[in-house]
Structure formats: structure tokens, C-alpha cells
Design a protein around this ligand. Structure first.
Ligand SMILES: Nc1nc2c(c(=O)[nH]1)N[C@H]1C(S)=C(S)[C@@H](COP(=O)(O)O)O[C@H]1N2
Ligand SMILES: [Mo]
Length: 200
């Protein structure tokens, strides 16, 4: 059976590489991932720490808000919830800001950020992320549009309230759920499916 596309999306063949603030070249030896903000004990991970723990692998499609969609991408990494639990997010943490090497930012609701399927990905289709596609790491959220998959991420910050990130300043949606078609702020009213694939 053909996989159902989220509303308004079309299949494309290849990822379109986006780098609104340029492509940083990151030295994995020097790179650190920080987990901080509204947490009881901020932590920092190295690339070798993160890639030597057991990795999760799954196949899920990718959806850019400009409508191109890439079917069946193989993602490999570590569930974000497992990485951040050691830091102890506080009860008043409601949003998570993903910060990148070159200054790009993306806010994600805490429920999506610590969803069982939310991954900090190190590999895409069996290979370490390329420099263009976010080496060394990018989060992937199966139910959110691609702009929340912040490439070259280096900091996961828990915050109390919603703050705009790079694209949200221009009117893109706070949450960006693909099934509710939350492209722009104010888009709402469509029912949200909790599964990764729609049935319509
Ligand atoms: N740091 C950073 N992350 C980013 C972007 C960007 O410009 N800078 N573009 C976003 C958008 S809009 C999309 S659709 C995906 C595209 O991923 P790709 O470049 O691997 O195709 O990256 C997202 N993450
Ligand atoms: Mo996008």
C-alpha cells in the first residue's frame, strides 16, 4: 500500500540542502553537545560519548514545509529523551530550543522533543551526516516539518515559554505538526494524528 502523505506534501527524490546561515565545518573532536536551561544539572557530551552508546535506527520520511518530502530515510542516533534525562528537566520547562554552531535556532514543544521517536541523529542512510546535512548531529522529529531538524546542533536548552527561532520570526508555526498542517502561525483546527503515518 502506498504510504499516505501528510496534507499538502509531494514526494521528491533528493534532499534539497538548506543552510540559511551557511555550512559550518565542525571538528568532531572539539564539538560538544550541551543540555542546559531549566534543568537541575546541566551536562555536556562529546561526539565519542554519544556515538559509543547503543544507537536506535529506524526508517521514517522527511517533510519540508515547502512541500518536498523524502520517503523512507534511514535515521540512526540516540533518543533525545535518554540524553536529556540525566540533566533533569524541571517541571516548568515547556519548550526546548535547539541551537546550532552557526546561529540557527529552532524551538520545539517539550512533548515533541522528548517523544519516544525523537532522535538526535548522527547517521543518515547508513553514513555519518555529511557536512552539508549537519555533521556531527541533528535532531529528527517524525511528526514535525523539517525546519525543526536543526543541523549542526550543539545545545539543547530547556525554556519556560515559547520563543521564536530562525524561521518562526518570519511567521512559520510554533509547533509545525505535519498532520495538522501547521505551516504558519495561526494554522490550526485540523485534527492531529499521533501516529507517524496518516491513513487518509
Ligand atoms: N542549521 C540549520 N538547520 C536547518 C536549516 C538551516 O538552514 N540551518 N534548514 C532547515 C530546513 S527548512 C530543512 S527542510 C532541513 C533540510 O535538511 P537538508 O539540508 O538535510 O535537506 O534542514 C533544516 N535545518
Ligand atoms: Mo524546510
Amino acid at each position: 500500500m502506498e504510504e499516505a502523505l501528510p496534507p499538502g506534501q509531494v514526494w521528491g527524490k533528493k534532499f534539497v540542502i538548506y543552510a540559511a546561515l551557511g555550512i559550518p565545518r565542525v571538528d568532531a573532536q572539539k564539538w560538544r553537545l550541551k543540555v542546559d536551561g531549566l534543568v537541575t544539572s546541566p551536562i555536556e557530551y562529546t561526539y565519542s560519548q554519544l556515538t559509543s552508546i547503543p544507537q536506535t535506527r529506524y526508517v521514517k520520511s522527511f517533510y519540508c514545509v515547502t512541500k518536498w518530502s523524502i520517503k523512507d530515510v534511514e535515521w540512526e542516533g540516540v533518543p533525545i529523551k535518554d540524553l536529556v534525562s540525566a540533566a533533569g528537566p524541571k517541571p516548568d520547562a515547556k519548550w526546548v530550543m535547539f541551537h546550532c554552531e552557526e546561529g540557527y535556532t529552532a524551538p520545539v514543544p517539550i512533548e515533541d522533543a522528548v517523544d519516544a521517536d525523537a532522535l538526535l541523529a548522527f547517521k543518515l542512510n547508513g553514513k555519518p551526516l555529511s557536512a552539508e546535512q549537519g555533521f556531527p548531529a541533528r535532531p529528527f522529529f517524525p511528526n514535525l516539518y523539517g525546519w525543526k531538524s536543526a543541523k549542526w546542533v550543539n545545545r539543547i536548552e530547556f525554556v519556560g515559554g515559547y520563543q521564536d527561532g530562525y524561521w518562526e520570526i518570519y511567521g512559520y508555526h510554533e509547533r509545525a505538526n505535519i498532520w495538522a498542517e501547521e505551516r504558519f502561525k495561526g494554522d490550526h483546527g485540523k485534527p492531529v494524528k499521533r501516529t507517524a503515518y496518516g491513513t487518509a
